[in-house]
Design a protein around this ligand. Structure first.
Ligand SMILES: Cc1cc2nc3c(=O)[nH]c(=O)nc-3n(C[C@H](O)[C@H](O)[C@H](O)COP(=O)(O)OP(=O)(O)OC[C@H]3O[C@@H](n4cnc5c(N)ncnc54)[C@H](O)[C@@H]3O)c2cc1C
Length: 385
């Protein structure tokens, strides 16, 4: 197809971390794309997440996502300096010691069960520690714990800056972003796609759907079932004198001091549809939980409270690939609780699907054509974060 005005080789719907990373890796392969974003870049969970990068825990790890998770971590580790050189944006990649606390015997068993696999991944030096060992590392933790595991060299990034860096890197190589809402995508007789937006009509050879939890609505346009739902999470930001806190998690909560010198406390898991509002109930439950682990935070001042929506698929695995319906429609969503960790790799694999380049890992378990079954494990995994 000869490209005229309003005609594009690839249109990416969604300017979150997945869409922006896809655009960056496409541009590196010489393919200029157009991102269509209805709000602002990283205006939803890609800009408000914690940005914790722990590849050794979470749903499907160890399991179907082990390799995917480790490769995702390696990509973050390798790309932050490249992004800084290309764009001047510092993604604030920062290494941390990660402590997973066991508060109950059940959690202690669950943590120990995963240790053997984690210890085989050499660079993270994972160990079980007694209560006394943990309190020696971080004396501000309450003695009401059983023990826990420590993982060295996990990391955090600033998710907003990471997404922005991918976008700016793509733009430097000639790709574009346009701020408008996509209303429909239809296949024309000639084999190309007509994308109707609130501001105009565009033509594209290939379309990437990277709309986070809103990707489910692409079914109305394409007929492709994309079982992804919003899972709301809230974060409190706190201020208190004292040395920074390393990355600590317990149950479904976590805490870490980030590069803004604030303590970030998360989180909730709420199935409340597309409601991105903060709530007093969540604030209270997070504060109750953190005070049981870090009593010294009673004097902390809460200076921020945010909420955003994770894209969680029905079976807990990302949804990434083309479908039987068309090789020119690529679905890339469902990063769930680990979408910042997985986002760059999802973007890279998406770019390889678009260009038909060799993909050096098996991603068949992520296919949008797979049989989806609701996974209870994705709700109950003690290593969710
Ligand atoms: C509280 C919280 C904490 C988190 N912490 C972590 C963490 O520590 N580590 C981690 O790895 N992950 C974390 N996550 C998960 C992570 O934030 C998400 O999985 C990830 O950001 C999803 O990125 P995305 O690009 O798929 O979607 P999004 O960021 O949701 O981007 C999708 C974009 O598509 C746009 N869009 C939708 N429909 C249209 C349309 N019709 N037209 C145009 N644009 C459209 C939206 O406006 C949006 O900007 C956290 C999430 C939450 C909620």
């Amino acid at each position: 197809m000869t490209l005229n005005k309003n005609q594009y080789e690839v249109v990416i719907i969604g300017g979150g971390i997945v869409g922006c990373a896809a655009s960056y890796f496409l541009a590196k392969q010489g393919v200029r794309s157009l991102i269509l974003e209805r709000d602002t870049v990283a205006g939803h969970s890609s800009g408000f997440a914690l940005g914790g990068l722990n590849p050794l825990g979470g749903f499907g790890i160890p399991g179907p996502l082990s390799e995917f998770s480790l490769k995702s971590f390696d990509l973050h580790t390798n790309i932050h300096s490249e992004l800084f050189e290309n764009t001047g944006v510092d993604t604030e990649y920062d290494s941390h010691l990660h402590i997973t606390l066991a508060i109950s015997d059940k959690e202690s068993v669950a943590i120990k069960d995963k240790l053997k696999w984690q210890q085989n991944v050499s660079k993270f030096n994972v160990e079980w520690k007694s209560k006394e060992d943990i309190l020696a590392i971080e004396p501000r933790i309450s003695p009401n714990i059983i023990g826990g595991s420590i993982i060295q060299n996990v990391a955090t990034v600033d998710p907003y800056k990471t997404t922005l860096a991918f976008l700016m890197g793509a733009e430097k190589l000639g790709s574009q972003i346009k701020y408008t809402e996509v209303i429909s995508v239809t296949l024309e007789k000639e084999g190309y796609y007509r994308i109707k937006t609130k501001s105009d009509n565009l033509i594209a050879e290939k379309v990437v759907f990277a709309m986070g939890p809103w990707t489910q609505f692409a079914k109305e346009w394409t007929g492709i079932n994309i079982p992804v739902e919003p899972l709301r999470g809230q974060i409190l930001k706190m201020n208190i004198e004292g040395p920074p806190l390393t990355y600590v998690s317990w149950g479904s909560n976590y805490i870490v001091t980030k590069s803004d010198d604030l303590i970030w406390l998360g989180t909730t898991e709420e199935r409340v549809g597309f409601n991105e509002k903060t709530t007093n109930e969540a604030r209270k439950s997070m504060l109750d939980s953190v005070l049981s682990i870090f009593p010294y935070l009673l004097d902390a001042q809460v200076v921020g409270h945010t909420a955003c929506l994770r894209p969680l698929s029905l079976d807990g695995l990302p949804i990434l690939g083309t479908t039987e319906k068309s090789e020119n429609l690529i679905i890339s969503t469902g990063g769930g609780r680990k979408g910042i960790l997985y986002g760059p790799l999802m973007g890279k694999l998406t770019s390889e699907l678009v260009t038909g380049s060799n993909i050096d890992m098996d991603i068949s378990m992520l296919s949008p054509d797979r049989v989806f079954e609701y996974s209870r494990e994705s709700d109950n995994d003690p290593f969710r974060f």
